[in-house]
Design a protein. Sequence first.
Length: 133
Amino acid sequence: MLRLLQTTQAPRVLAATDAHDPVVPRAVRLLTERIAEPWTLDALAAEVSASRATLSRRFKQATSMTPMQYLKRLRLGEARHRMVVRGDSAARAATAVAYRSAPHFTRDSRLVYGTSPAADAARAREQLREWAG
């Protein structure tokens, strides 16, 4: 959640934490805390006591993503973190965040970060070294 709050999505995410509508904050918390679970929209909706339509609508309003798009981004971000900070391999990071196959993870990662997971992690580690000075 912290990484998301550091992006341009922060105002929407913070607005979603409004105590008057706990559906989105509860869904975000569940997805974050239980990132490796095999979530479906039905399962998530049941966990937050909302219909699929209500959860989808409110989540999209709050984050500009569907719950499953959010989960994919969350998993990609956590896998990237594991590769950059912990030195995990792409396969190990993908498994840790519940990707069923390394090729699927590689494809999704390439779409978001523009390069292979290993190349992206190497680039990010280099940037961290430069910033640390």
